[in-house]
Ligand binder design. Structure first.
Ligand code: CTP
Length: 402
């Protein structure tokens, strides 16, 4: 999955011959799952039609402060457009537009939107080689980057004028991969390795029966996604669940029993930076597993149970640099019990779910958590979707790590 999936991209097109390439650019963004809106400068319409771009982006294309042809002359709110965008790309960016951007000129919708935007702005210059090396252009490019805008370098080759040299706009595929790489490099968890356990465990009684629990794995999988979206390389050790994960940063390892989860967790712990243990590991397992299916010959049977290994506590004993996070599901004396678990298992942070709270716990799509850190700061959160709760947990870890 691309980091551009789900991103809101505002493409600004200015009047250069490379504008014809923006049709491919829009298609590539859409194919990667981004949402695209297009603003054209009035003159850029001489190079590519708004109809082409609105068809490909599946959105109306804007180029003026209000749409004269519309019955109600709707105002195109540049502030709203700027705030809507997760990123702005100005491609091609002509000398004229670059110079105006440097000086705060806003005589068209694109420039006004650029000035209102709070998101990252990428620009892909395109011009003839002499224009490109002119000191005023060099000055514009430097100044724009000093404002925090990100330049997508031009390439060298045959130009529309017939001259050969630097000034060609980067190819659409290269623009897309430049932006993807840039976003990835700036993600807060880039390069961090996260170990995560999720779901229930099944403890075998005989070849067909087991002791398990109602954990759905939803919370753990949501945490895996939230962390991977922020650049972490996730090892997700999952008990039996029907959750699906499809993210290039998540490696899923399926296990059945607590013993298997313990082995896998210990395999990856030493190389992890963060470990979050959200699995509902069975506390007890049958002492002896029958090799054949147990027949129902007796009116009652007894199964002797023994404790499973506590994975979290065992990692707490050996941790050195890792940030270790556990979960606590409590029904009474919640803060007290969770805090004692935090100390007992040598954790850096514990996520408390109280079964007293409606909408919290197993199998639901929502959760209500309280985060307690090792300095005993207690932070309660509202009832939220598990995806939002996962983001809150990852955000708290980032705040504590950096
Ligand atoms: N955990 C674990 N391995 C186990 C049991 C629990 O890694 N065998 C982890 C869970 O993933 C969770 C945390 O420990 O992060 C909380 O487990 P819980 O069973 O609630 O805590 P206990 O210390 O076992 O306390 P109690 O059962 O008395 O509430």
């Amino acid at each position: 999955m691309s980091v551009l999936s789900g991103k809101k991209i505002l493409l600004g097109i200015t009047a250069g011959i490379a504008a014809y390439k923006t049709a491919s650019l829009v298609r590539l963004f859409i194919k990667l799952g981004a949402e695209v809106q297009v603003i054209m400068t009035p003159k850029s319409k001489d190079f590519i039609t708004p109809l082409t771009l609105s068809t490909l982006s599946k959105n109306p294309v804007h180029s003026t402060f209000y749409d004269k042809d519309e019955e109600n002359e709707l105002w195109n709110n540049h502030v709203d457009l700027g705030l809507w965008a997760d990123l702005i790309l100005i491609a091609p960016a002509t000398c004229n537009t670059l110079s105006k951007m440097c000086n705060g000129v806003c005589d068209n919708l694109l420039l006004a939107t650029y000035l209102s935007a709070k998101c990252p702005v990428y620009f892909a210059p395109a011009m003839d080689l002499d224009m490109y090396i002119h000191p005023s252009t060099v000055n514009s490019l430097e100044k724009l980057q000093s404002f925090g805008n990100i330049m997508i370098p031009v390439t060298s080759g045959e130009l529309a004028s017939g001259l050969v040299g630097e000034g060609r706009m980067a190819e659409p595929e290269d623009i897309v991969s430049f932006i993807e790489k840039d976003i990835l490099n700036k993600l807060p968890l880039k390069g961090k390795k996260l170990l995560l356990t999720a779901g229930p465990t099944y403890e075998a009684i005989d070849p067909v029966r087991f002791i398990g629990n109602h954990s759905s794995g939803k919370m753990g999988f949501a945490i895996a996604k939230a962390a991977a979206n922020l650049g972490a390389e996730v090892i997700l050790i999952s008990g039996p669940t029907n959750q699906i994960v499809n993210h290039s940063f998540i490696k899923r390892i399926d296990v059945q029993s607590g013993e298997q989860m313990y082995t896998e967790a210990h395999k990856y712990f030493s190389t992890s930076d963060i470990a979050i243990l959200s699995a509902a590991v069975a506390d007890y397992k049958p002492k002896n597993v029958a090799t054949q299916k147990i027949k129902k010959n007796d009116a009652t049977i007894e199964i002797e149970l023994e404790k499973t290994k506590d994975i979290l506590a065992s990692l707490g004993l050996i941790k050195d640099h890792q940030f270790l996070v556990g979960f606590a599901l409590e029904t009474n004396n919640e803060i007290e019990n969770a805090t004692s678990k935090l100390h007992r298992k040598n954790l850096d942070m514990i996520v408390l779910n109280s079964l007293q709270d409606k909408g919290a716990g197993f199998a639901t799509n929502t959760n209500k958590i309280t985060i307690i850190d090792k300095d005993l700061n207690i932070k309660p959160f509202d009832l939220k979707s598990k995806a939002e709760v996962a983001q809150d947990i990852i955000k708290e870890i980032i705040i504590k790590l950096f």
